[in-house]
Design a protein around this ligand. Structure first.
Ligand code: GAL
Length: 348
């Protein structure tokens, strides 16, 4: 009996050890603290009160939006606890559930309203609705309350006839997106617009649940990387310079990344080359950008690239490609592959 118990305990300990990752291993299955693969695709991270919250698309029940937006928490970026389904699909309008689309959810905190504000890309199966969704919560792990879906900007960029997305009438399309909370208290949404050739950067309203009104091109919002067909925008800031890593637009297939820099968030933005080096550079190591996070406790200028290695027929098994990088003196950076690496803070 005692021996059986001891053997059982040993097994349990062994399995717990096996489940506790010692490193970030890009492209490998990454399990949460209960041993289940993390479901937070197209995700983003909010750091709040010393805790990292990772929000993303939960594909547990299959492709489309059959589950909703998940939330995991961690203090070390390695061990992630499943907290909740922060925004279940049933909390969203029916047209976006099941065969509908809810992608690339991101959350920022508004210190004035003390609310956690989530933005996401909502769509139908054919990606024709192409709208933003906004939800709010009093708690980082939810439950988030769905507020509305809309297209933030109406802009005449020269509409095509028979535009299935009806941009002349409904405004520019809203697809791959990200949020950026600036250090002056303002926040912005970056998104692929105009059917994806152009990215919009739009300042949010003071409560972050809408855009600053009235929208004025060049003052409250701007078209950037015009006609360059970039998506997967992952903005960040270092040393007074704004950066955005983007991918090309090849659906679920990976392609070369590039980045752009600007002294002003509304531009002008200068496009730079592919920051990836070595084998895999042409596919961003088989991934598409979703977020960039300042590396915890590291010297300033160190960041983490987060991308998705999509598995189109079984999105639930898509993998995460997280890689560390450092901005050089001249403001440039490279991203190199690592089989595994440790996100622990560096002693200074
Ligand atoms: C990609 C996009 C993904 C998803 C996919 C659908 O371009 O980045 O988030 O929308 O297309 O094909």
């Amino acid at each position: 009996m005692k021996a059986a118990l001891a053997a059982g305990t040993a097994l349990l300990v062994a399995s717990l050890i096996a489940q506790t990752p010692a490193h970030i291993r890009p492209g490998e299955v990454w399990v949460d603290t209960s041993g289940k693969p993390i479901q937070a695709h197209g995700g983003g991270i909010l750091l709040h009160g010393g805790v990292y919250y990772w929000y993303g698309e939960d594909k547990t029940l299959g492709n489309g939006n059959r589950t909703g937006v998940s939330c995991y928490s961690s203090r070390d970026l390695l061990n992630w606890k499943r907290e909740s389904l922060a925004l279940p699909k049933d909390a969203m309008p029916e047209e976006f559930r099941d065969n509908g689309i809810c992608e690339r959810p991101k959350v920022i905190y508004n210190p004035e309203t003390k609310k956690y504000v989530m933005w996401m890309h909502l769509d139908d199966r054919g990606y024709a609705i192409a709208s933003a969704g906004v939800a709010v919560s009093d708690n980082p792990i939810g439950p988030f309350q769905f507020l509305r879906s809309f297209r933030p900007i109406q802009y005449d960029f020269g509409f095509a006839e028979n535009d299935r997305t009806r941009q002349a009438e409904l405004g520019s399309t809203f697809r791959d997106m990200n949020l950026f909370a600036d250090d002056d208290g303002r926040a912005y949404v970056f998104y692929a617009a105009e059917g994806n050739p152009t990215i919009y950067v739009v300042r949010l309203s003071a409560d972050f649940t809408g855009i600053e009104a009235p929208p004025v091109e060049g003052k409250t919002w701007e078209r950037i990387l015009v006609g360059q067909s970039r998506e997967g925008p992952a903005p960040f800031k270092y040393n007074g310079t704004y950066y955005v890593i983007t991918s090309g637009t090849t659906g679920w297939d990976p392609n070369p990344a590039s980045y752009a820099v600007a002294a002003n968030i509304l531009g002008p933005w200068t496009r730079k080359a592919n920051p990836c080096v070595g084998e895999g550079r042409e596919t961003t190591f088989g991934s598409q950008s979703t977020f960039v996070l300042p590396a915890p406790g590291k010297p300033a200028g160190e960041f983490i690239y987060m991308g998705d290695r999509w598995l189109r027929n079984n999105l639930a098994d898509s993998r995460y490609v997280w890689l560390p990088f450092r901005i050089e003196q001249d403001g440039s950076f490279i991203i190199a592959w690592r089989d595994q690496w440790d996100p622990a803070p560096t002693a200074r």
